[in-house]
Design a protein around this ligand. Sequence first.
Ligand code: GAP
Length: 448
Amino acid sequence: MTDPGTDLATPRSTPQASDLMERVVNLCKRRGFIFPSAEIYGGFRSTYDYGPLGVLMLRNVKDAWWRAMVQQRDDVVGLDAAILSSPRIWEASGHLANFTDPLVDCRSCHERWRADKIGDACPNCGSTDLTEPRAFNLMFKTYAGPLESDATVAYLRPETAQGMFVNFANVLQTTRKKPPFGIAQVGKSFRNEITPQNFVFRTREFEQMEMEYFVAPEQSGQWFEYWLHERFAWYRSLGIPEEKLRLRHHDPSELSHYSTATADVEYLFPWGWDELEGIANRTDYDLRAHAAASGERLEYFDQATGERYVPHVIEPAAGATRTMMAFLLAAYDEDEVGGERRSVLRLHPRLAPYQVAVLPLSKNDALVPLSRQVLQMVQQVAMCDFDVTQSIGRRYRRQDEVGTPLCVTVDFDSLEDHAVTVRDRDTTEQVRVAIDELSATVMARVLR
Ligand code: GAP
């Protein structure tokens, strides 16, 4: 018997929304998920660094997306385009002219706000003496090379999407795909947000997971519906409860400059429903804009029918960092084990930073080498932590708190029976598993 607290977990009431946010932000800092950036210099305007556990989880979020959107399909290919590229992209795409938020200043306390988010009074001081809204472009401007002149202006991309449009012809030629097909990309985007807020929900530097799906124009309506359904199902498949997810169709007044229809997948955040992902019908707006600006033909020629057309685009566009935050909020729970309160992240095993923790029951000279052998074996199939410090009960709690689905304990019996104890994070149930069968057990339980 390896666990002094063998009592099974019993539920407690989950924290209220306001506490939940505080507890999750606190856990992120304390356990190395997310740190305020440049903290030793007092931080830097709502920017964050992803720590040892955060980097694992964020990677898992992106991998889960890639798996569903690229690996498990034969109609979507990947791309990794440059973040800094020709400013002509942003001129043609309409971002230079239209990618703006309405900015107002409070004349009383001089705070700046997004006019569409604050009503008619300053959230800071309550004054209604606000300036008229003016358009503020969200793109970060810089210079490529040593000369700072109009000729060297460049922009950090505010979305990954344009990389797919400007490479449309390259991908078509090299892959011989034909509509319907998609190009997927995961990467950083930058927006000079007026009011970054709510932890990593809205930041100036963030990661997106976007896919542009090119279809015959007359099929765009049905593919729009298809992707709404697929993307909603993806969040459900990774453990977000149905009652915390909804689809919301945009009013015509909310639509981006390129879109004829958009619906958001929304999550019930502690402050209310808010966007996780936008699914947009971008029509042929971008391909036509780039074709006109570059002089290149960006269209599809169907050799079988002799038909030539500019495909329409359905775009599911998600935020990796924002989605990670939603997964953390949805997973946070508190219960009791053996009369002791524990906090536990009930993350889907594919998203958890570590899938397995290998724990020698004690630091005993005989146990540690066998534990290391077990570790090296399981590391071939899963991300593992290895922890020899503190009591076994405490080590279980530490793993529960960061969402590790399985703890593998190597005890003195293991030296005789070549088996280990596998403990389940959610139920705290333990089963004995032969070391020879451990990798298969781990794969079956965490790689679903
Ligand atoms: N290509 C379309 C596009 O970029 P968007 O709705 O502006 O659409 C897509 O962005 C997703 O990117 C959002 O649903 C959100 O998850 C994420 N995102 C956008 N701005 C963000 C920000 N400032 N911080 C964090 N995530 C952001």
